[in-house]
Design a protein. Structure first.
Length: 220
């Protein structure tokens, strides 16, 4: 009998991506189970969402650790104790060390609210607006030792509209995050994802949903 992929979800904030993954596990469209929700922030909304769904939680407060390395060792210990097979960063506001990556080689993924490699880092919706980009979006990628630099699994494109603020753009991007993060996890659960250098190969391939987007649109 096939066993569902055991996820460890790391979140520091409200946890809407966590909620989507909970919902998709519950409705059976995601062949995974959440073994642990871990946060560094005792006030994270994600903790309540996990408790509501009877998912084990742990808070490991980075302020109680002298070094990043010590903190990561505690996090890795908790994930390993829970039998986690795939680490899913969902708004986790800490940088992961090499120790962490070595404990879960090619088994840590992240979602970023921009179309990487454009706009890595923080406040990226504002960065996209300030730049005058016509499109932004979101990216699910494997985590490597850089910041938002790992191989890309899936992306969704979102137009930037004339009246957008960072908040309205973020909300439009978040809707797409909720579509692509469960999809990326499902592809991994199905063992269809292979890393070849910078390329992530999906086997069998899955064609893009749309051929192209143009903004501002062409007029007839
Ligand atoms: C998302 O925009 C995600 O891309 C970024 O942090 C935000 C987390 O949102 N890494 P939520 O906590 O899942 O609602």
């Amino acid at each position: 009998m096939s066993r569902s992929l055991r996820l460890g979800i790391l979140a520091s904030g409200g946890g809407t991506n966590l909620q989507t993954i909970i919902d998709r596990c519950q409705d059976g469209s995601l062949d995974a189970s959440i073994a642990l929700v871990l946060t560094n922030n005792p006030d994270a909304g994600a903790l309540n969402r996990a408790r509501e769904a009877d998912i084990p939680t742990i808070c490991i407060n980075h302020r109680e650790y002298a070094t990043r390395e010590d903190f990561d060792q505690a996090v890795v210990g908790a994930l390993q104790a829970a039998g986690v097979e795939l680490v899913v960063l969902a708004g986790f506001m800490r940088i992961i060390t090499q120790t962490f990556l070595e404990a879960f080689p090619q088994r840590v993924i992240n979602i970023h609210p921009a179309l990487l490699p454009a706009f890595p880092g923080l406040h990226v919706q504002q960065q996209a607006l300030d730049y005058g980009a016509r499109f932004s979006g979101c990216t699910v990628h494997f985590v490597d030792s850089g910041v938002d630099t790992g191989p890309i699994i899936i992306q969704a494109v979102v137009p930037v509209l004339p009246d957008d603020t960072a908040d309205t753009l973020a909300a439009r991007i978040l809707e797409q995050e909720h579509r692509i993060y469960p999809r990326a996890i499902q592809l991994i659960a199905e063992k269809r994802v292979h890393i070849d250098g910078r390329q992530v190969l999906i086997d069998p391939p899955s064609p893009p949903t749309e051929e192209s987007l143009i903004n501002p649109g062409l007029e007839a």
